[in-house]
Write a protein that binds this ligand. Structure first.
Ligand SMILES: Cc1cc2nc3c(=O)[nH]c(=O)nc-3n(C[C@H](O)[C@H](O)[C@H](O)COP(=O)(O)OP(=O)(O)OC[C@H]3O[C@@H](n4cnc5c(N)ncnc54)[C@H](O)[C@@H]3O)c2cc1C
Length: 472
């Protein structure tokens, strides 16, 4: 008899898990995916403005993706996945410098004094005892990179992205998010770029927007019998040794389902809220104390062919409300030649802050005023349209207590042997799409032919996930 499998969340992790499970010849599964939104792809979806695809913030596929997974994506999208050199800029010391870093550009734009300070701090570090314990983001990164890089770039940037001072953020966040965590690694990257050695300074992007990857994946798994239930709100999950019972609300009607096994990629905090019997007070309180950062995405369409030649601009400085401005047109291998371009501004915030509820007119004024501070100007006469989107769970926040809180929840969830969590929101991890896909691939390998779960193998994979390094 077919085993009944439920997957919560139709983002990259949920979709690719279904895709991989269906590939296995030894399994006979009936898969249903429940998604609360009206579309699949999660944070990595695209939407259309007329005939132009736009993404939820800047999205690109990084070349460090596992080649097996890359092949799957290439097959799914036909010949649509193209590679393109990265071409961004960072606003540093009131100048724009190229990103990926370029030696000549750095020498041309950054002051000599700034450069010398960075080098001397890092030479001094060689002679210092660096065995001190680094509990916070600021302690960890100051010890690794010195004060000047941290105070001019990383510290204001992380404060904007995660809404906490760097001394209130866990060092784990720096371990996961800062791959060039020593001056030597930064210099190595600059040299590799200069001489074009081992360079990963390119990305993959599909012809019809980033979401094409997941639209095609959705079509593929539906074609193989998977049911994808959109607009579905999970109200209750009850589990016993044999079955998982789900109560799902769709179109104002609730329906009950029984499954043999459930995979969840939805925020772990949402899952805890709907589990029955209700978990202990410790677990509820651990979940309550885990926080996600939200994000407002503000889109602006201009009546001009291009605003800049760059794919993304990064803004670490605190007096500018957005962290990144991307120009989606420049992500395509062959940009369209139409006389319109759209810019996307990423504004991280909490969902209780005023910016979350700001009107589009207020957002427009804030964005234009702040952009002006950097010397980039938009002529208001050229604006033909503006609108915004909201992401409620953009980033997990690794505050100083998050590990303790997460462990309490994780310990409880491990006891539920027919529910497995994976993906960015469920494992409360900073990740890229290729990491979410890797987690799904690995999870598909742990589901055994007899329908049981290979706990040891999954634990081994989960330890490996801790080494993921996020790329921006
Ligand atoms: C602004 C931004 C830019 C990014 N840029 C890049 C990039 O350039 N390159 C890159 O590799 N990665 C990037 N990422 C990361 C990438 O988006 C994620 O790694 C990836 O989407 C994670 O996939 P996932 O399936 O684990 O989670 P998600 O994409 O979050 O999918 C989870 C799904 O679960 C659904 N869901 C949530 N709650 C419920 C519920 N209660 N019931 C039912 N469904 C629910 C959601 O609607 C969503 O569809 C970016 C992320 C952000 C926020």
């Amino acid at each position: 008899m077919k085993k009944q499998i439920a997957i919560l969340g139709a983002g990259p992790a949920g979709l690719y898990l279904a895709y991989q499970l269906l590939k296995r010849q030894d399994l006979n599964l009936d898969i249903t995916i429940f998604e609360e939104k009206g579309y699949t792809g999660g944070l990595s979806a695209s939407f259309f403005m007329g005939d132009k695809p736009l993404d939820y913030g800047s999205h690109r596929l990084h070349p460090s993706i596992n080649s097996l997974i890359l092949n799957d994506l290439k097959n799914l999208t036909g010949n649509d996945l193209k590679s393109k050199p990265r071409n961004g800029r960072i606003y540093l010391q009131e100048k724009f410098i190229k990103f990926p870093l370029n030696l000549f550009d750095i020498l041309r734009n950054l002051s000599f004094g700034f450069f010398i300070k960075i080098i001397s701090e890092n030479i001094k570090k060689i002679f210092k005892n660096s065995k001190a314990k680094h509990g916070s983001f600021s302690e960890y990164l100051s010890a690794k990179l010195g004060e000047t890089i941290c105070s001019n770039f990383y510290f204001p940037y992380v404060k904007k992205i995660w809404g906490l001072d760097p001394d209130k953020i866990s060092a784990r966040q720096a371990e996961m998010r800062v791959s060039a965590n020593s001056i030597f690694k930064i210099l190595q990257k600059i040299m590799f770029t200069l001489f074009n050695v081992k360079s990963k300074n390119f990305f993959y992007y599909p012809k019809k927007g980033f979401g094409e990857l997941f639209d095609d994946m959705t079509k593929n798994i539906i074609g193989k019998g998977t049911k994808v239930e959109l607009h579905s709100i999970i109200k209750k999950i009850r589990t016993n040794k044999e079955l998982v019972h789900l109560t799902v609300m769709k179109d104002n009607r609730t329906k009950d389902y029984n499954f043999d096994f459930l995979f969840s990629t939805i925020p772990v905090t949402s899952l805890i809220n709907i589990l029955e019997p209700v978990p202990s007070a410790d677990v509820i309180s651990g979940s309550f104390n885990l926080k996600y950062r939200s994000m407002v995405l503000f889109y602006l369409t201009l009546d001009q062919e291009k605003f800049s030649g760059f794919d993304a601009h990064y803004f670490p400085n605190e007096d500018v409300c957005f962290t990144r401005m991307s120009e989606p047109k420049n992500y395509f291998k062959v940009p369209d030649k139409s006389n319109k371009t759209t810019l996307c501004f990423e504004i991280p915030c909490y969902d209780y802050e005023y910016i979350w509820n700001s009107s589009n007119d207020d957002l427009l004024n804030n964005v234009l005023t702040d952009l002006n501070k950097t010397g980039l100007e938009i002529n208001r006469k050229n604006i033909t349209d503006y609108f915004s989107k909201r992401l409620s769970h953009a980033y997990p926040i690794f505050d100083l207590d998050y590990e303790k809180n997460y462990k309490t929840i994780d310990g409880y969830l491990k006891e539920l042997h027919n529910i497995i969590l994976l993906g960015r929101q469920a494992l409360f991890m900073h990740d890229n799409v290729h990491h979410a896909l890797q987690m799904a691939y690995d999870a598909s390998q742990c589901y055994k032919t007899d329908g049981t779960w290979d706990t040891d193998r999954w634990e081994m994979f989960r330890r490996k996930f801790r080494d993921f390094k996020v790329e921006d």
